[in-house]
Design a protein around this ligand. Sequence first.
Ligand SMILES: [Zn+2]
Length: 878
Amino acid sequence: MKNQLIVAVSSMLLLASCSILNKTEKIEEVDLGEITVKSDNPLEYQPSETRINDLIHTKLDVKFDWPNAHLYGRANLTIKPYFLPTDSLWLDAKGFEIKEINLVAKNGAETSLSYAYTDNMRVRINLGKTYTRNDTYQIAMTYIAKPNELEEGGSAAITSDKGLYFINPNGEEANKPKQIWTQGETEASSCWFPTIDAPNEKMTQEIYMTVDTQYVTLSNGLLLFQTENGDGTRTDYWKQKLPHAPYLAMMAVGEFAVVKDSWRNIGVNYYVEPKFEEHAKEIFPHTPEMLEFYSKKLGVDYPWEKYDQIVVRDYVSGAMENTTGVIFGEFAQGDHRYLIDNSAEDVVSHELFHHWFGDLVTCESWSNLPLNESFATYGEYLWREYKDGKMWADYHIAQDLMSYLRESKRKQVDMIRYYFDNKEDMFDSHSYAKGGRILHMLRNNLGDEVFFEGLRVYLEDNKYQAVEIHQLRLAMEKVSGQDLNWFFNQWFLASGHPVLDISYAYDEDLGLQFVTVEQTQNLKSTPLYRLPVAIDIYHENTITRHEIEVTKERQIFEFKSATKPILVNFDADKYLLCEKIDHKKNLRSWVTLYERGTLFEDKKEAILALSTENDTLAARTIIQALDDRFWGIKEVAIYSLENAINLLPNLTKERLVALAQFDEKSSVRAAAIDVLATDFKGGNDFRFIFNNGLNDSSYVVVATSLYALYETNKEEGLAAAERMEQSDNIDIISIISEIYAGETDAKYQTFYEAAMTRTSGFDRYGVLAGYADFIKGQNALYMGKSLETFKKSALIENAWWMRMVATNAILEMNKSINSNLNKLDKKIDNTVDETALSNLKEDKNNHQKVANKLQEAITEIKAKETNTRILEAIEKAK
Ligand SMILES: [Zn+2]
């Protein structure tokens, strides 16, 4: 799974930071700590699921009741005892109405079995006799799955866990198609079919899906045939002959355009909403090339029968690696102009790489989740490295490091952790970002040849099986011939990271360069690390590399150097996962690092260090970096110009003005516009650039320009916003929402009302949050007008945190109106003038009407809501 809410959270960031540029940041960087579920219980040991029975095959026959959001199912499960004999079977079956459970004899005859289903979560079936591991038996369950009647859980990582989702089932929402889709990870497949819902289980499957004929279906494996039933329905038969874990099972139903592509001899299809049909290959860029690249790089060909990708509405995460049927949230879908700034390429590569790491070889328990997610995250790196070069890949992985380090401020846990509150907590920046970096270090330590051969052996030895972290170590040891306990112990089985303090001294008499490395992390909670690392020593015409190994709390390394080096570059490969303080590098050495360093991190480190120097050479170097060959460096430089703006204002301005207008990369143009608007006095001078930016090919540039105009010339900014209110683009709608949120003129309410109906899913977040801010500044009349909209959102949004925003808006309005009512009561008590009194009473009457409606809405929300956080908020507001 790709960590969720890429789009929604970018909107949150947008609102929080007034800068659309943060859109490129990832979800992991958003601190959702406040929503952590607290538990008074000590953490429990989380073992892998005990294997009593082994599920071999699942055959499902399903049809859907849209209005009630029910699934009518019949499941035939083929099972055998795992090792020891048993006379009973536990199945996960969440929130089902079970009609019957039968034993199916070889000849097809069925006999009813007794069962207990007391907690609505697991059913214990009495098999009527004891089976041994040499037996195989089959049971059939007829049931109704009722996902919407389950209590809702979920987490910061996955917003919901009801497994099966009916989107706009009664067609109430304009501009939103009717769809059905599933989300199995972590253990929610058992919300739509009975199974042993654990990642160490593997099964083959076939599904008969009966739907109205206008709908397209998608599931795992191949669509083998379709049968018209003559009653307006059709039954599609999907079969996957290779085994996978139950959480990877999927279904989707809706009106989709299916765009066909292929790789070698298998089908590669893209399912998008019909209006995006012509953009399908751009929505899922380079998929066949990725299949070829990963197959070759890993030495293990893509093993599955086909590869399909689909975009659905109101998805509860970013994307999910269901075997051969990857689901993406709607953030992935758009026209060419949208895709300029919002390519899902890294998500496409992430989910595809999971088809080896996660789908083919699966973590045996959620405690071992990094075996899925760290690899998928590193798959993003490998693809970028191949397709766009090491600079771009390093830029990408640098963001992972930042994301993990940010998370580490509030959370440091073992990568492989057997103690946690909630399995959803595993989907954090540790499992993704830190793990990707750890694999990058392992590759650097072992070298490419050993590392990739190690991955091949790991995949071959463990295919179609579940693994724990030791299997990865053993494969790497087998290939390398090295003991790797030290690496796995310190990185995968411990928490924290090295915090290094590096200082330098040169002794002219001895001709020695000293490098002192101290590990200053808290050694009570964090290991003392063993860190093989390279040090490059720069002279005028040479760079000499020294390989060292940091192993102690404090170590001094010495290197012969007849003359004082210009630069000593610690961790020359910039591969360590660490925090570091690099002392006593002087200005000249930073300039050298920028000019002669070849890595993204070399240049970035240099620019950031130079940005703190109030010096013309430093400023000139950063200005020079504005024209770097790599756009990522340009962006770092654009945001490091504070001193340069003071020291060399005209030169800086000239370069920025050029970048803002002519750089080929939209994110660079937008960054330049942002800095011109916020960091220069007299931003009004750049109005022509901002006005031109309103016509840019990139929506992000348009939105940034619009905000820049508003910041520097409110009148013109508002006028432009009003002209663009009809835009369909979410970046523009969100920026207008942000602009109007700070305005008091009630006329802007019509924009919000319209925008709420024109957006949906996570895209609506920016509008919803802006509207909630805006309405606070309005009077009872306008609050009353907004109520239906907020109420609808509070009742129907799929993501609980969006329902929370809507509910909070209603609670806030309620508070404000009640406070006004109190004030009016006091005024009425103190007023004698008849006309004034009558006006006040009418005012009170109007307020009371709105107050009553608000109260009704709160009661209605409370009755329908199952999310405890929202219910708590309602309770607290009383
Ligand atoms: Zn993933």
